[in-house]
Design a protein around this ligand. Structure first.
Ligand code: M6R
Length: 616
């Protein structure tokens, strides 16, 4: 939540900051702003409520001075409405020489604000962040040392923050600090960058440094220094970013969402690459870092939103193949209810961003209880990867659209790989079976492509539902989490009430919702799946049809029965039943996207959302 970018170097600060903000806009789009220090050492700021495009217009109407140092912010509002006044940067002190941006929440801001007000500080915004700007400015006036002033203040702050600060008396340095919010440094030739994540500067450099918890950065054009909050030097952890800039651009697609849905054969293929050999055997070298993994007697996934549904989908495969109990916990519920975990528990934290605060807090709690923690993460340099014992990266590439699509299919795939590795380690299935699963996983990118090639019909169908008030999703077994994910996509993208149900639960209550014309999307299990689930779900279709439902079925190619009862049917290729989730979710993503388009909504940046939820 909130994107921050900083720059110092020979380029135009304005253009670097604006391009960084555009790439970070998925983190929040309530307001945007930049501050620069001009060549004649004047601090200038422009900020506006609304998206980055509104700020760009403001800069065209009221140009900012040419400059080579600056900071920029795109906001997801917490304290104070999304107005011009509450937009960042915030100017500190009565001389208006210091500018500061903030991502996070300052939990003790009320007492700090009271103290400042009593001493005569006048506030221009309702934000917690402005308090920090004034504190640093006041401290600087006392100490005449910006680094010392910054350090004194960050030591007083409670909560979560990434802070970037510039001062017109020091036009050659940007100071930054982080606690519980993300920050990475980008290293260029005689220029350096700061960003909430690498997307902020991927256009200019792939050479990056992860900034750790409770650390301060002093960034100059030709150097950087990292220290702790006491000023003690800290060694930098450098890494190369594997994404390239084109992966984070629309590349001719009408939206990031359309591009990212189409990227899924590659996202899943790249996640499998090098991890399954041509004979079907699996190797996840990263799991070797987890000593005594095979001694774990249960797995607990912690995740939120789409990532939690991906974990649910992976659970079915892991339990079936590795014969180990798996539970999936919403990270925010897990953390605050004294969960029973110990050193025999493998906690797997699933997170695209690796910055979701709820998930990080759950991980920290699990670590404190002695659990082994494995991260499944899509973003290099993320806090989650730094804090877990080991990390399996999904190689989905940058996901820019706020609603998750390709990260989901990559996460499910990574979860299945974990299940397969555990099954090999625990010898819970014959090797020949395991190799068969490995080989079938390798067919998924091609099969996803087949789904995409035929998915236009789903898009056409979706357009007819623009006036729907509610859509229900039914699934069973592996298709249950897919139904939940389909419903979440529809809520997020098309603002239509949607609920996902386990089909078996239907008669225990939800069937009361079905009336004449109620749209219900049913994901029909494979005929090869568990017991008679296929027949049971086909019966469910008949039950809701009898009550007037309009049924759209997602069924496996060759299923000649379902079409007799459904109003519409969309076929996906045959695969092993436990691997079908990565195929059946695609038409649901397209349904939600096209419905959003039909309603004229912003499919990449749905209202009220931010991609990385970095506050609890
Ligand atoms: O970055 P994470 O995977 O930890 O994010 C988790 C959720 O916030 C995220 O999946 C959210 O539900 C998306 N809006 C889903 O489209």
């Amino acid at each position: 939540m909130c994107g921050i970018v900083g720059y110092i170097g020979p380029k135009s600060a304005e253009s670097v900051l604006i391009s960084g903000l555009k790439r970070l806009e998925y983190r929040g789009y309530d307001s945007a702003g930049i501050s620069v220090i001009s060549k004649d050492n004047k601090l200038e700021t422009r900020k506006k409520a609304g998206k980055v495009s509104v700020l760009v217009q403001e800069l065209a109407d009221l140009p900012i001075a040419p400059a080579h140092i600056g900071i920029g912010h795109t906001r997801w509002a917490t304290h104070g409405a999304p107005t011009d006044r509450n937009a960042h940067p915030h100017i500190g002190g009565s001389h208006h020489r210091l500018s500061l941006i903030h991502n996070g929440i300052i939990e003790n801001f009320a007492s700090l604000k009271k103290e400042l007000s009593a001493a005569g500080t006048v506030f221009t915004s309702e934000t917690d962040s402005e308090v920090v700007a004034h504190l640093v400015a006041i401290e600087y006036d006392k100490l005449q040392d910006l680094k010392q002033a910054f350090m004194v203040v960050v030591r007083r702050l409670e909560g979560a923050f990434t802070l970037l600060c510039i001062h017109q008396d020091h036009p050659d340095v940007v100071f930054a600090a982080r606690r519980n919010s993300p920050l990475v440094i980008g290293l260029g030739q005689a220029e350096n960058f700061l960003g909430s994540d690498v997307a902020a500067f991927i256009e200019y450099t792939k050479h990056a440094v992860a900034v750790g918890q409770d650390q301060i950065v002093e960034l100059r054009s030709g150097s950087f220094q990292i220290s702790d909050f006491e000023g003690n030097p800290v060694e930098a952890e450098e890494f190369e970013v594997s994404w390239d800039a084109s992966a984070a651009s629309k590349g001719g697609w009408p939206s990031f969402m359309a591009k990212e849905i189409a990227d899924q054969p590659q996202a899943v293929g790249d996640t499998l690459m090098g991890r399954i050999s041509s004979d079907g055997s699996v190797n996840l070298a990263e799991m070797a870092d987890l000593a005594k993994l095979s001694e774990a007697n249960r797995i607990v996934f912690v995740a939120c939103g789409t990532a939690a549904y991906a974990a649910e989908a992976a659970k079915y495969a892991i339990e079936k193949w590795a014969k180990i109990p798996v539970s999936v916990e919403l990270a925010h519920e897990f953390r605050y209810r004294d969960p029973v975990i110990d050193d025999k528990t493998l906690v797997i934290a699933m997170s695209q961003s690796g910055e979701t605060m709820d998930t990080l807090m759950a991980v920290r709690h699990a670590l404190s209880e002695g659990a082994k923690v494995l991260a499944v993460c899509n973003t290099q340099g993320a806090t989650l990867a730094r804090e877990a014992h080991a990390t399996i990266y999904t190689h989905a590439g940058p996901e820019v659209a706020v609603a998750s699509t390709k990260a989901f299919t990559a996460q499910v795939t990574a979860g299945q790989l974990i299940g397969l590795v555990l099954a090999w380690q625990r010898e819970s299935l014959p090797i020949v079976e395991l190799k068969k699963i490995g080989l079938e996983l390798l067919t998924l990118p091609r099969k996803i492509k087949e789904v995409l090639d035929t998915a236009a019909s789903m898009g056409e169908l979706a357009k007819g539902f623009a006036d729907a008030k509610s859509v229900l999703f039914l699934g069973r077994n592996i298709a249950y989490p897919i139904a939940l994910e389909g419903a979440l996509k529809l809520k997020e993208l098309a603002y239509i009430h949607a609920e996902g149900f386990a089909a078996g639960e239907l008669k225990h209550g939800p069937i009361a919702l079905v009336e004449n014309g109620q749209p219900v999307i049913v994901i029909v299990p494979s005929r090869l799946g568990e017991g008679s689930l296929h027949a049971k779900v086909v019966s469910n279709i008949q039950e809701i049809k009898a009550r007037g439902a309009r049924v759209i079925a997602i069924a496996e190619a060759g299923d000649s029965e379902t079409g007799d009862y459904a109003d519409e049917i969309f076929f996906i290729p045959e695969t092993m039943p436990l691997l079908a989730g990565q195929l059946s979710v695609i038409p649901l993503q397209i349904f939600a996207m096209e419905l959003s388009n039909a309603k004229g909504l912003d499919v990449d940046q749905p209202r009220n959302l931010a991609k990385s939820v970095t506050v609890e």
